[in-house]
Design a protein. Structure first.
Length: 444
């Protein structure tokens, strides 16, 4: 406790760090305030059907990412997800489209162009998503608004698009003026905003329904901390490949000759495999919703996130998507070329194709256990639900929410620790350094 108080004092002594933290808190407060501002013309008391719809399935994930704004018909209802969607599309295009590949190789100027295209695509996604959200709102809560529907559709689409772009602006300001990655922090705040209410509901449920009482609630908390520790291991896990750099003469100086390590992440795909798998698992529910027939036993099992078939298919999809996303984000050929350009080589491995094959083999070996571990963490909420854990609280036992939460917290703490060590203060830990996501700049 004494060490913690001393660290807080040291953080407060560093003027730049203090200003960055206060600015971050201010921008987050603006974001949370906007999450409670309902669209003009909407009766918030008539949104019970919408809130019921967003309590389960893929929509519950969207509602969690928006901090509850989605189910409240807020001006921030679409949150940051359209930007994430646009970022994923642009990221894939930098792999398959030569024009975007060229921009990626142009350095800082290319990165600015890619960011500009990402914003344009975000606006396009918003123009499509906002009317879809409003049509669903009309179907779920027809008594929530009155007046001309066309006028409401046009004005609300503009407001929803502007709200999401304003959130993106807040995220960029947090990145520039605050602490941590702004977009990731906004997503994390949306997730963690639901934790106090979920925790209280779980406590009330355990105490009132005679399902274990306070003892069972404490056991749940211990299991939650254990799962968090496992998620930290998954986020921080790397395989270090030794790289030897040959000596060379630059000007009048001799450089090189040192051995460094190339960190290859056990889970290079992050949370994307879970997001992709959840989107596909939502398809059976969509088909049943449009069909008038009674679903078969298999379809019923695929709509139940606690069933064996659902979790088996879910796990297989996560493993496959982990390999797919790792393959498109990690380029062994580029790594080998960079090592060769800098007179580096892996001891015992010839430069060129042999190095590429070696890195491919290493990635295959570490991706398999990483993908299985990721699938287990993704299925933890289903296991928690089987033990009568409330649905909202069960979401914190694993899946996308837990991995984002752990990853963003580690990244933010790593930045704070860097400021402390740069000013010759002790870090946040007595021994070792906090490792974030090894250069990952966002949660997705």
């Amino acid at each position: 406790m004494k060490k913690f108080i001393e660290t807080i004092k040291n953080i407060w002594k560093i003027e730049d760090l203090r200003h960055r933290i206060l600015i971050t808190i201010l921008f987050i407060a603006v974001y949370r305030f906007g999450s409670y501002v309902v669209l003009p013309g909407i009766d918030a008391a008539a949104l019970s059907k919408l809130q019921e719809q967003t309590s389960t399935g893929l929509l519950s994930l969207l509602d969690m990412f928006s901090g509850g704004a989605f189910s409240q018909a807020s001006i921030f209802a679409l949150g940051i997800m359209p930007y994430i969607t646009a970022s994923i599309v642009i990221q894939l295009m930098t792999i398959v489209v030569p024009y975007f590949q060229k921009m990626q190789r142009e350095g800082e100027s290319g990165r600015r162009k890619i960011n500009q295209y990402t914003r344009y695509l975000t606006i396009f996604v918003l123009i499509l998503q906002a009317p879809s959200y409003l049509i669903n709102l009309k179907m779920q809560a027809p008594n929530a608004f009155a007046g001309n529907w066309t006028f409401f559709m046009v004005t609300s689409t503009i407001i929803l698009a502007a709200g999401s772009m304003f959130i993106l602006w807040l995220g960029e300001r947090i990145t520039d003026k605050g602490i941590g990655n702004g977009v990731s922090l906004i997503i994390m705040i949306g997730i963690i905003a639901r934790l106090p209410q979920s925790l209280f509901q779980e406590l009330v449920s355990r105490m009132s329904e005679k399902t274990g009482g306070l003892v069972m609630f404490l056991i749940e908390l211990l299991l939650l901390f254990f799962v968090m520790a496992a998620a930290i291991l998954l986020v921080q896990g790397v395989r270090k490949v030794p790289v030897q750099y040959a000596k060379r003469v630059v000007g009048n100086r001799q450089v090189g000759g040192a051995r460094q390590y190339l960190p290859l992440k056990v889970n290079a795909a992050g949370v994307m495999p879970i997001i992709f798998a959840q989107a596909i698992m939502f398809i059976p529910l969509a088909f049943v919703g449009y069909a008038n027939e009674t679903p078969s036993a298999f379809m019923t099992a695929m709509m139940d996130h606690t069933s064996i078939w659902y979790n088996l298919v879910f796990a297989v999809l996560i493993i496959l998507f982990t390999y797919f996303y790792t393959a498109i984000t990690i380029n062994p050929t580029q790594m080998a070329d960079q090592m060769k350009t800098n007179n580096g080589f892996i001891p015992g491995i010839k430069p060129g194709k042999a190095t590429v094959d070696y890195l491919d083999k290493i990635m295959d070996r570490i991706t398999l256990p990483g993908s299985i571990f990721l699938a287990i963490i993704a299925m933890m909420p289903a296991f928690a639900h089987l033990f009568d854990v409330q649905a909202e609280f069960a979401q914190f036992f694993g899946g996308t929410s837990l991995l984002i939460l752990v990853g963003v917290v580690l990244d933010t703490l790593q930045q704070i620790e860097s400021h402390l060590l740069m000013r010759h203060y002790d870090g946040l830990l007595k021994s070792g350094r906090i490792r974030g996501r090894n250069g990952s700049v966002s949660a997705y």
